[in-house]
Design a protein around this ligand. Sequence first.
Ligand SMILES: Cc1cc2nc3c(=O)[nH]c(=O)nc-3n(C[C@H](O)[C@H](O)[C@H](O)COP(=O)(O)OP(=O)(O)OC[C@H]3O[C@@H](n4cnc5c(N)ncnc54)[C@H](O)[C@@H]3O)c2cc1C
Length: 380
Amino acid sequence: MYRLNPQETLAVTRAAEVADRTIAPLAAQIDEQARFPSESVSALAEAGLFGLTVPTEFGGQGAGLRAAAAVLDTVAQRCPSTAMVYLMHLCGIACYKANPHVASEALRAAARGEHLSTLAWSEMGSRSHFWAPVSKAEPQGDAVRLRAEKSWVTSAGHADGYVVTTGTAEGGIDLYLLQKDDAGLEVAGPWNALGMRGTASAPMRLAGVEAGSDRRLSEPGQAFGMMMGHVLPQFQTGNAAVSIGAAESAVRATAGHLTGQGFEHLGTKLADLPNLRHRLAAMRIETDKARALLAATFDALESEDPGAMLLVLESKAMAADTALLVTDLAMRACGGAAFSRHLGVERVFRDARAMSVMAPTSDVLHDFVGKALCGMELFS
Ligand SMILES: Cc1cc2nc3c(=O)[nH]c(=O)nc-3n(C[C@H](O)[C@H](O)[C@H](O)COP(=O)(O)OP(=O)(O)OC[C@H]3O[C@@H](n4cnc5c(N)ncnc54)[C@H](O)[C@@H]3O)c2cc1C
């Protein structure tokens, strides 16, 4: 459905190989132990996928959003946690690409598979409204001192590069690239969540981190445009792809269960029950609809359709709703077998709940789409 060119297809084939060989076999254990999927993430790096969207002049493959989504979908079908870690890496790369002068070393390292990135945007004070950081950078000559309570940072303590937001004294927003060893950059708590348990999306504290202007990714105070123009399309479409991958995984597990299990005393399969077939069909239709909308979003973006940004907003909201619906249908279609852990359905049911609360949340996206349709300012 993504209609990939041969180079993009190659990237997805490589991702599928890594996913089948390394990522899928570890997914249940990672969830159970709530541990970071280091082996899975290293396997993606070794397959060259850290550099998927890095421009070719920095050693990467220069792929776009379409290929990134297809890879994320493929990985999420095996392990949504690993896919989420990879998505946040791709979002960090989107920031680096917007200012390659500051991030050239990080881009090259990512292309070599030696640099994992992430975003540290959400703050305790402004919660899911990441576009309104309450932290204020303290000027120190040409540098700044950063103090902030970041509420959720995927790959916290595992990433090499952290793209952090901070408010400025003048009321703008800046983006800085912090490195894992920067003094004052601390993981501030554990990550023990309902789902996406392998993402290490822990709180982080910026306890007076000093950052020079050579670390600033945005023009002074002007990060908002970069966040919306460069990062939002990557985050939105990639997050949609993770939702779709999670839904796909539920469709496949359900089809396998319905055709593989039955009633010995009746000599029938679960698939002989029309209500279960109906649920499975609904799951397939909803998943296909979300993937088709995402593919249409890429068509609109690539043809510079004026309605493309509306589709970018819609695609994440729809895919997140789809993941919730489809995984819920899977739980009901597979009965007690889904309630137990062996099918893996309850794991994606839990993982699927993350995407709709990741900012911009589904509530906020519906508000944005409604405002756009009414000709209103989105951030008013
Ligand atoms: C697995 C996971 C990984 C994450 N990774 C990262 C990361 O790497 N970097 C990062 O910066 N953040 C990350 N986040 C944070 C995420 O993007 C959100 O900021 C966070 O989930 C918001 O939670 P909250 O409790 O603060 O939401 P709240 O803002 O308290 O929202 C609570 C409810 O209110 C609704 N709501 C809020 N504002 C409005 C509004 N204006 N109109 C209507 N309804 C509204 C929301 O939809 C939600 O239902 C991650 C979150 C999760 C779950």
